[in-house]
Design a binder for this molecule. Structure first.
Ligand code: ADP
Ligand code: MG
Length: 390
């Protein structure tokens, strides 16, 4: 990587401003899924070992520029306190005297978490005054918030202009897999793309067509490709506006795009619906495709068996209904069984792989939905671009 990472900068005994991604679910004032907090621990623990004073910032949810208690990071401060060997102090604002004084009083080996950066409208506007104020608390800046790296905000991009700025361990790991592993992928390189809409993934398909050997399509997005090939999709989710694009992608793909050969259809969009497996051309009126079929899972398994690099974004079906989760879980098993470098990105895809219990058997599970998608589109993330060059 051509950007400085944590080990490239001197943090010993320094005040370090760390942008973390603590945008976690809060239920009744308590932290729900703590994946993102856990993912920040390697950076936090390293900085503590280096005897740094840690000033942590994050956003949580969408308070729209106002202080709203339901988006407070206070529960996260308490939760983090249970995971690290030192108490975690909390400042009820990330700007103003409370933050300034708390940061000034902070000693080495201590942690201070500042309140939600999105309580201020300047955050999302990348307001220079807000960035200057945040940067004034510290000597160096570490960005470890991969989940927001695709946004140019004050707390991740603006601050980097004022301080020596390096990538934390989580950001570095995400970039290693979603950047380097894909750019220098070992062949056969197979992508699995699914999810609801093809329109969300056109950039990803276009970019991966250039890099992969094969792309296995599933999920609702397959329907639009089928429609483009002239099949009747009955009540399946089809994006009429994207049919032309689907046609172009099929032409451009030179046979790289693999579509499902059989599908699971349902007489209602519901868990309790009647369901059956049919060939793609046989969706009766009143029915809809909610998953890929068993023959497709086998065909994809055969391809994945010899893959050396696999990247996966988008579930194969409506996995939220157990009855229509077999395609997604079946493909997850093939990915887990292969000895390929395997990378999973996308909020729902990650949730599905975790639900399948196979998350420990893949090389990398991304912590960022939108950010991972932009990486797969081949875009340069602003949060990364803002860091100091090596
Ligand atoms: P990710 O978050 O991993 O990028 P997406 O948001 O693109 O994935 O898509 C996930 C959603 O796609 C899931 O909620 C799933 O129910 C839906 N989906 C998958 N297959 C179908 C289908 N055949 N019809 C309707 N929705 C589908
Ligand atoms: Mg999603």
């Amino acid at each position: 990587m051509n950007k400085k990472t944590l080990k490239d900068i001197d943090v010993k005994g320094k005040k370090v401003l760390v942008r973390v991604d603590f945008n976690v679910p809060i239920n009744d004032g308590k932290v729900g899924d703590d994946t993102r907090i856990q993912a920040a621990l390697p950076t936090i623990k390293y900085l503590l070992e280096q005897d740094a004073a840690l000033i942590l910032t994050s956003h949580l949810g969408r308070p729209k520029g106002k202080a709203k208690p339901e988006f407070s990071l206070a529960p996260v401060a308490e939760y983090l306190g249970g995971l690290v060997p030192v108490p975690v102090k909390f400042a009820p604002d990330c700007l103003g005297d409370v933050a300034k004084n708390a940061a000034a009083d902070l000693k080495t080996g201590e942690i201070l978490l500042l309140e939600n950066t999105r309580y201020h409208a300047g955050e999302k506007k990348n307001d220079p005054a807000m960035a200057t104020e945040l940067a004034s608390y510290a000597d160096v800046f570490v960005n470890d918030a991969f989940g927001t790296a695709h946004r140019a905000h004050a707390s991740n991009v603006g601050v980097a202009e004022h301080l020596p700025a390096a990538a934390g361990f989580l950001l570095e790991k995400e970039l290693k897999y979603l950047g380097e592993s894909i750019a220098n992928a070992e062949s056969p390189f197979v992508a699995i793309l699914g999810g609801a809409k093809v329109s969300d993934k056109i950039g990803v398909i276009t970019n991966l067509l250039e890099k992969t050997d094969q792309i296995l399509i599933g999920g609702g997005m397959a329907n639009t490709f089928f429609k483009a090939q002239g099949y009747d999709m009955a009540d399946s989710l089809v994006e009429e506006d994207a049919i032309e694009t689907a046609k172009e992608l099929l032409t451009k793909s030179g046979g790289k795009l693999q579509l499902p050969v059989d599908v699971v259809i349902a007489d209602d969009f519901a868990e309790q619906a009647q369901s059956k497996v049919v060939p793609v051309g046989d969706v009766p009126s009143g029915w809809r495709i909610l998953d890929v079929g068993p023959e497709t899972v086998s065909a994809y398994a055969e391809i994945l068996k010899s893959a050396k690099t696999v990247v996966w974004n988008g579930p194969m079906g409506v996995f939220e209904f157990p009855k229509f989760a077999k395609g997604t879980f079946g493909v997850a098993e093939s990915v887990a069984a292969s000895d390929a470098v395997s990378i999973i990105g996308g909020g729902d895809s990650v949730a599905a792989v975790k639900e399948s219990g196979l998350d420990t058997k893949v090389s990398h599970i991304s912590t960022g939905g939108g950010a991972s998608l932009e990486m797969l589109e081949g875009k340069v993330l602003p949060g990364l671009a803002a860091l100091t060059d090596k």
